[in-house]
Design a protein. Structure first.
Length: 489
RNA sequence: GGUCACGUAGCCGAGUGGUUAGGCACUGGUCUGCAAAACCAGCUACAGCGGUUCGAAUCCGCUCGUGACCUCCA
């Protein structure tokens, strides 16, 4: 590969050169959504972060298999209904089949992810479709002596595991600390130790989602599916595992323990974690009830929202901060992103209108290299956009006649923008539904030519009136030296 | 309580030992009949207190503040 990309590996807590296990193939697994609620702003961040990684690695010439799961079984709710499946609970509330709920929210997730212009993963496995494999992994862990049975449930023996391996290596926990600091929770009495976690859970009678097994009718443990589906589709050793920082502990720690207990070695080479989105400084979360769904964001229908924000604005907003930093939501910040994005996209359109000269007043090769350098440094998209905005000034300056560009450089500049903005960053022009309407276009042109006549006759009252009324109708006019330009907002 | 992050100009956000990141907002100028857009110029900050260093926003220590994880969550 021409470019060396550095990735921050949570396991080592530093940036490492990315070297795939079987170059040019890259295996990438990302924790996907639990499909029991509307997709929200928090889902957008990992989806976009790993979408950029997927796109960029592909762009660099790697053959990437991107696996992202759909969790449709097995997670617990945090209220009094101990041991009840999240999805089953919701099903009873809404009087629907559990799988109907899962399907509904899976569809909804897909719709919103498409709006955000994220590419579909190569494989999107469902937890419910891999119950047999999960049971196999449980058997393997039992056989290796790292799990025990209690009343039809199977638990992972963390203490025993920790004697040979290091439980806590990813999250930086020490088992002794966990031992002394674990909170008192109900439903833990079956476990030998409070930090042990379930591999298989016996289903209570009212539990709808259940599968037969050697041990009981029940459902798989919370962390099992990712261990199973990642190695099933990417091999026992694969390159990248990504997810939100909130999954670091216990989820990913347990995944490592499970894979190691089963196979004797861990599966993942690079662990990546995106940071959270906060609302007014506080984490957005289902249980906190302060989350904004993507639907609300796109329509502006939420008490915290001053207006609607387009999917591309959201995408750009997320890319303007680095994925490992927390990102605080605010209307002001989103409005800034909206305007910035417009400036960027307008400049890209301007490229096509530029006149060329003998030479260029900017080193395009160097400009392009700086864009690559930004992404190679742990996907630093804010820096990428800083460079792209420097380029915007250059483009506009050429249009104003203050800078020059050669035709070869113009071609390269155009390609660079298309590559980074559309192909890699995955942004796209906001489509205006009327843009392809020829009749509307001629009507606007008639109006604007009338306005031009009025202007030439110094009848500014009429010309301003036409401009103001069109502006109210959402048509923005920009006067040029020799005419006009317009666009539909 | 334990563990780990973070604290950067009006707002959002990069950087992380020596050269004004960038976006948005604001102010002045150019252009324009006036606007809009664009360009030029201005606004130049690193929580506080110590320490290391020729030099620290950047390294170290302490203090204060905020957040995350420890329990389902992206």
């Amino acid at each position: 590969m021409e470019h060396k990309i550095h990735i921050y590996n949570t396991l080592s807590r530093k940036k490492e050169v990315f070297e795939p296990i079987n170059s040019p193939n890259v295996g990438m697994y990302v924790c996907g959504p639990t499909v029991y609620g509307d997709p929200h702003l928090g889902h957008a961040r990992p989806a976009i972060t790993y979408d950029i990684l997927f796109r960029y690695l592909t762009h660099l010439g790697y053959k990437v298999r991107y696996v992202r799961n759909i969790t449709d079984v097995g997670h617990l709710v945090n209220d009094a209904d101990q041991g009840e499946d999240k999805i089953a609970k919701k099903a009873r509330i809404e009087q629907l089949e559990p799988m109907e709920i899962a399907q509904f929210y899976t569809n909804s997730y897909h719709d919103k992810m498409r709006d955000l212009n994220t590419l579909r993963p190569s494989i999107e496995p469902h937890a419910s479709g891999h119950i047999i494999e999960q049971q196999e992994l449980v058997r393997k862990i039992i056989k290796n002596g790292y799990a025990y049975e209690k009343n039809g449930s199977i638990y992972f023996d963390v203490e025993k595991y920790n004697k040979k391996y290091n439980y806590g290596k990813l999250s930086g926990r020490v088992l002794d600390d966990l031992q002394s600091n674990n909170r008192e929770l109900e439903g833990q009495e079956e476990k030998n130790n409070p930090f042990d976690f379930a591999l298989w859970k016996k289903a209570e009678p009212e539990h709808i989602m259940r599968w037969p097994s050697d041990w009981s009718d029940g459902f798989p443990g919370w962390h099992l599916e990712c261990s199973v589906m990642s190695t099933k589709y990417l091999g026992e050793k694969f390159d990248i595992h990504g997810g939100g920082m909130d999954l670091l502990f216990p989820h990913h720690e347990c995944e490592i323990a499970q894979s190691t207990a089963a196979n004797g070695e861990e599966s993942v080479k690079y662990w990546m974690h995106n940071n959270m989105i906060t609302i007014e400084g506080q984490k957005m979360g289902k249980s906190l009830g302060n989350f904004i769904t993507l639907e609300e964001l796109f329509t502006g229908n939420h008490k915290l929202l001053a207006q609607a924000y387009s999917p591309m604005t959201i995408r750009f907003f997320i890319l303007q901060s680095h994925y490992r930093k927390p990102l605080d939501f605010s209307n002001e910040a989103l409005q800034a992103s909206e305007k910035g994005l417009e400036r960027l996209l307008t400049a890209i359109k301007t490229i096509d209108t530029l006149k060329t000269s003998e030479k260029s007043s900017l080193d395009i090769k160097n400009f392009k290299q700086k864009c690559y350098d930004a992404l190679n440094d742990d996907l630093n998209t804010p820096i990428l956009f800083a460079h792209l905005f420097d380029g915007v000034r250059y483009i506009n300056s050429i249009a104003d006649g203050n800078d020059i560009i050669s035709s070869a450089d113009l071609q390269e500049l155009k390609e660079t923008y298309h590559k980074f903005v559309f192909e890699i960053a995955g942004l796209k022009n906001i489509e205006t539904n009327a843009a392809s309407n020829d009749k509307l276009e001629s009507v606007i042109n008639i109006l604007l030519n009338t306005r031009l006549d009025a202007k030439n006759n110094k009848d500014f009252a009429t010309s301003d009136k036409i401009r103001d009324l069109l502006s109210e109708a959402g048509i923005i006019i920009k006067d040029k030296k020799d005419g006009f330009e317009w666009e539909i907002k």
